[in-house]
Design a protein around this ligand. Structure first.
Ligand SMILES: [Zn+2]
Length: 80
C-alpha cells in the first residue's frame, strides 16, 4: 500500500506543477506587457488601447485619450 501512496503523492505533485505552469500570469507585469499602447493624434499622448476613446475618421482608426481630444481633432480635421 505504500507504493500506492507514493504514486498518489507523485501524481499530486505533477498536477500541481502542471497547474502552476499552465495558469496565466496573475502579476501586473504580465498584464502591462501585453497591453497595446496607441497614440492620441491630437495631443500625442500614449494611452492603453482598452482605455482609449475609439473613433473612425475618414475610414481610419483613431484612438484618443479623451472625448475632448477626439472632438478637438474632429474640429481641426473639418476646418482644414
Ligand atoms: Zn489627447
Amino acid at each position: 500500500m505504500i507504493r500506492l501512496a507514493v504514486i498518489a503523492l507523485i501524481a499530486t505533485v505533477v498536477l500541481l506543477f502542471l497547474w502552476w505552469f499552465l495558469k496565466p500570469p496573475a502579476n501586473g507585469e504580465g498584464v502591462a506587457g501585453s497591453t497595446e499602447m496607441v497614440q492620441d493624434p491630437n495631443c500625442q499622448v500614449y494611452v492603453p488601447k482598452p482605455e482609449a476613446v475609439y473613433k473612425i475618421i475618414a475610414d481610419q482608426d483613431h484612438y484618443f485619450c479623451s472625448d475632448k481630444c477626439a472632438d478637438e481633432y474632429l474640429n481641426k480635421h473639418r476646418s482644414a
